[in-house]
Design a protein around this ligand. Structure first.
Ligand code: FMN
Length: 185
């Protein structure tokens, strides 16, 4: 099974990137047959969606590059910041460009959504907004989502979570998602 993982933040020291790093570490302990493709969101830098550009030049090269990685993946894990209670424009822009390819690259892709934020709700409102375009594009967004609250205090030096009970919950969420992907593929 191959999974594409990325944090939808380009910030140095990003909490969402830390959560993806921890996810990658935990997933490796869950099964031997899992291949992880951990992407840097900067690899998918692209212009704002522009229908005229789309009509004249097709998709930007980094959108095509993302689609290649997406097509190889049996499932995705995305950890995204919450911006103004919603999905960051950068992630929405990526979803929109990719959705212009035929056949629809997002269709039937299992996706686990996660977030990390400094607030007590951990960016969870942004994930509800993120489900909408992904589900509109036909992705199978997993019902359980993981939101890390007070992310600035949540990690210890080795990149694990200070709260071991919360890390157990994350581990269970990942195991359940892997099971879901196996059942779909
Ligand atoms: C434009 C903008 C809007 C933000 N809106 C929210 C918000 O609605 N809720 C929240 O918890 N944090 C919000 N934040 C703070 C981010 O959660 C914080 O910057 C977090 O560290 C971003 O994730 P990262 O560490 O992975 O980059 C916002 C930050 C920016 C730049």
């Amino acid at each position: 099974m191959q999974l594409l993982l990325f944090s939808a933040s380009t910030r140095t020291g990003s909490y969402n990137t830390k959560l993806i790093e921890l996810t990658s570490k935990l997933m490796k302990t869950q099964a031997d047959d899992i291949v992880l493709d951990v992407a840097d969101f900067k690899e998918f830098d692209m212009p704002l969606y522009d229908a005229d550009l789309n009509a004249t030049s097709g998709l930007p090269k980094n959108a095509l590059h993302f689609i290649e990685r997406l097509q190889k993946a049996d499932g995705l894990v995305i950890s995204s910041p919450e911006y103004n209670f919603s999905i960051p424009g950068t992630l929405k822009n990526l979803i929109d460009w990719v959705s212009r390819q035929k056949p629809m690259p997002w269709k039937a892709k299992p996706i686990l959504l996660m977030s990390a934020a400094m607030s007590v709700v951990g960016g969870n409102r942004g994930l509800w907004a993120t489900r909408i375009p992904l589900e509109a594009c036909g992705s199978y967004v997993f019902s359980d989502m993981f939101s890390l609250a007070l992310a600035q205090e949540a990690f210890i030096e080795n990149g694990e979570l200070k709260d071991s009970g919360l890390q157990d919950r994350l581990n269970k969420n990942l195991a359940d998602f892997i099971h879901y992907v196996r059942r779909l593929t």
